[in-house]
Write a protein that binds this ligand. Structure first.
Ligand code: PGA
Length: 238
């Protein structure tokens, strides 16, 4: 497996290095299809993009979204991404899931849109502590496309932590791009921060390639760049 590791010693450096990797990936491409992640991990990256002030041109393709939230719900990943990065960067073309739509129809609609507008050119991703990529939880086939998934218990707990005030009524199902969609990317940038991700990063990159660790599909991925802080890389160096 060949990949590039970019190490950052603090969050500011992480953001700047992730931004540099992203700009290098989109360089020379005309309106590439770009997947961007939500979560805590990319925050310094989005900060760096906002601070940069330039307005890269790309089509945003949503990685994953809760199922069954109203259009105005602030927990929507689409709303989160809009606030953090898409609105500030003026990204107008967005292929997003409609959380409130009839689920099976929405899967078909997103599959159709990807068939017309796809494939994904650049996938910027995070990894869950259980190895999930997007909402492809452990056990996900590497060959699935867009679909509805049941969220793992640990994922629901992690996501509740983003919204402590939202009580117990948190979605247990979601839409996600499948690993087959993500495998099509010409370039993949995996963002990883914190010691809590060190072991799963090691398993994903150096362990067995298995659906039990969805992120292990990355070992077969061409054009892979890992941007990680020193803590996240600690188990790779043992
Ligand atoms: P996190 O989420 O960045 O908040 O850790 C990543 C993920 O679950 O994919």
């Amino acid at each position: 497996m060949k990949y590039t590791v970019v190490e950052a010693s603090n969050d500011t450096e992480f953001g700047l290095k992730a931004k540099a990797a992203f700009y290098a990936a989109i360089d020379g491409l005309s309106m590439p299809n770009v997947v961007l992640p939500t979560g805590e991990t990319p925050r310094p990256f989005y900060q760096a993009l906002r601070d940069d002030g330039s307005k890269p041109a790309f089509t945003y393709v949503q990685l994953d979204e809760y199922l069954g939230l109203a259009e105005s719900d602030p927990r929507l990943f689409a709303a989160w991404l809009a606030r953090d990065v898409l609105d500030p960067l003026d990204i107008k073309i967005r292929l997003t899931f409609n959380s409130a739509a009839e689920p099976e129809q929405e899967v078909r609609r997103m599959r159709d849109r990807l068939a017309v507008h796809g494939p994904i050119d650049i996938a910027v991703l995070g990894i869950g502590s259980n190895g999930h990529i997007g909402f492809n939880e452990p056990g996900s086939s590497f060959d699935h496309g867009v679909r509805i998934v049941d969220l793992a218990v640990e994922t629901i707990a992690a996501n509740k932590a983003y919204w402590p005030q939202s009580g117990t009524s948190f979605p247990a199902q979601a839409f996600t791009l499948g690993l087959a969609d993500l495998k099509a990317a010409r370039q993949t940038i995996l963002l990883v921060r914190g010691e809590g991700k060190a072991e799963i990063l090691r398993r994903a990159l150096l362990g067995e390639i298995t659906p039990d660790v969805p992120g292990s599909y990355l070992q077969r991925q061409k054009g892979l760049t890992i941007v990680a802080d020193t803590a996240a890389l600690s188990a790779m160096k043992l």
